[in-house]
Design a protein around this ligand. Sequence first.
Ligand code: SF4
Length: 437
Amino acid sequence: MPPHASYSSPRPSACPGLWRIVSALDGGICRIKLPGGVLLAQQAEAVASAAERFAGGVIEATNRGNLQIRGVGPDHQGLVAALLAAGLGPREAAGDDVRNLMLSPLAGLDPAMVLDVRPLGGQILDLLEGTPRFHALSAKFALQLDAGERLAMLDHPHDLWLSVLELEQQPWLAFGLAGSLGESDVLGAVPFSQGLTLVRAMLERFLDLATPTQSRMRHVLQTCTAADFIDGLGVALRQDPAVLGWRRPVRPVTWLGALPQRRGVALGVAPPLGRLTPAMLREAARVAREQGDSSLRVTPWQSLVLPNLASGGIDQAQHSLMTVGLLCHAAEPLARISACTGASGCAKALSETKADAVALAALLGPGAPASVHLTGCPRSCALAHTAPATLLARAPGHYDLYQRDPRLPGFGALRATDITLNEAGAMLDLPTEHLDD
Ligand code: SF4
């Protein structure tokens, strides 16, 4: 057993961690952070077995590209030991919470990438895990490292985002604070080779400035301007119009079905509503081992990518994965719906959002928005950004319907109140402008 296997609850936080198994109505929740979302086939099998042996067999893909096991029973030490034995822990317990670096699920493989950021990603994770001072960062403090991949999450806000761009045929690393890649302003850039130096300086500057109540970058930027923040970095920044006027290219994103790679092809599949059964994980691991490179990647869309598949085997792989209940096509209604845990697992939920989502999926037609989110309370903890349509529970089976509007905070414009699932299905199937009616 690794020396820290019996270490319990390394630090206080409401967020689940590997050792910090947080109680919910359906048992404990244990979160497994994956470096760059990568899960090896044997690790997937270990998670499936651990979920059966120490919990109720429910595994969730999170919207940060991690996994969590729900319904954990009393043997926390046995569960943690099994996960550590599979290489799913940090190098020391105190570094578990801060392993929050998002990469594209096709980092290093995507045809649109400027370069392979995985080596820098590994260095940043080592920095976070190996620097005791950085263990003081909040379990929610999150970074994103992007290289212009087509398959990239552009909507999730991050405390610090970094994106590779090419200037004068050289790679540079642009950055922004407390925003999303797709929307927030570029504040400066450094040569790509200075990326790790920049990240270290950013984290130190944040911790120098943050008061005990300021756990996120957006909090610090309420009392310090972004210009003052970066002035004190001690890193030479490029801030000319070529950098400050740059915008990260935004392209349509598909994460299901055959996904092109620079060489070869990947396959995206999704468990309905983000919930994996042990059988799904085992089958994905089997296909990855037999037809791919024995690895999976967990995505921020709560789905899986099987990279480096033999191109001739995609149809057979899809068929195998569909037989265990994984979704393979974006047009499937359930692939367009997300839902939080709901009343069976969360005391705050006003409805059984997961079951309601399944019922709603049967009512949705081709006119429905690309993404609909059901949330049991206004916290909306299951989605890190605002969906085009949000259903906020008011009572069992009854919801308020919101439509995303960038001019409005929160879920957007309130379109209907206290509607049933049938009414929601009918309204969502109308072209967007009719939601006003
Ligand atoms: S969004 Fe609210 S109801 Fe749903 S899981 Fe989170 S806290 Fe519970």
